[in-house]
Design a protein around this ligand. Sequence first.
Ligand code: SAM
Length: 281
Amino acid sequence: MTSKTHKVLYKNGDKIAWYPQDGPHSLFFSLGDNQIFHKIGRTVHLREYEEVQKSQRLIPKHLDVRTNHRDHIIAETELSRDHLTPELQLYLITQNCRLWRARPEDSPFYEPFWAFYWPGGQALSRYLFDNRDAVKGRKILDFGTGCGASGLAAKISGAGHVTFNDIDPIATEAVLLNGIKNKIKIDDLSTVNLIGSCCEMFDVLLIGDMLYDTEFADEVLRWLRKEHEKGSVVLIGDPGRFALESHPLKSSLRCLAKYELKASTVLENSGHTQAFVWTFT
Ligand SMILES: C[S@@+](CC[C@H](N)C(=O)[O-])C[C@H]1O[C@@H](n2cnc3c(N)ncnc32)[C@H](O)[C@@H]1O
């Protein structure tokens, strides 16, 4: 996984994270082996993680990403309906925003995944709007919620309760803002790393564009398969990323829907023109 295109972060000699540098916006990242991943998600979580980033000079010391999140989000994004679910107005970094072209050191955010509405998430949300029975009255987990769009789509489609989960606390701030903008009550926010946890309490697990790295996708898919076997419905939105297409569990998935992406999304996600919704058979 490590290569010259990846930055690797170490703490006390342990590899804790690596960041591919060559994806759109250099936003793709994945975390290390299981133990480290769980350590970050459950115990040391983002504070230590951010300190490591700072010590590695990956984000400038003078910018504290934990102050004025909401002000920064509003200032650095624009409200957009230019995606597959125009029902939702979302604070996103678009081509009109300063950060679209800014250098990482000029950004108040470190790797703002939440500021983009990923093609897999768009397809998943579109599917929920078009198939409201999939979530109506159900208890939902939106795993890796980012801007929160899929969870919001579930809520508008009649979900009984939605937990918006993302290990990036700034994402949860963006979810709150997007909830307010769309007049949707946010039931529950979580920044816990749930991978490997029992999620039997959820009827439906929403997975919007989380399969962007082969090792990470393997961990996520094996966990999801177990949750499916225990009874949760797993809905995966994905634009045909290699990590899913090449995974052995792909043959256990059934395609529920296929959508053509909008031109602006195609531009942001070089190579992907469609996105799909999958569920385990
Ligand atoms: C590619 S974005 C997808 C966001 C959103 N689902 C969408 O489709 O627009 C991946 C998101 O997953 C979050 N993430 C990564 N690892 C996670 C984990 N173990 N648990 C929860 N969220 C995670 C990131 O912070 C990021 O917001």
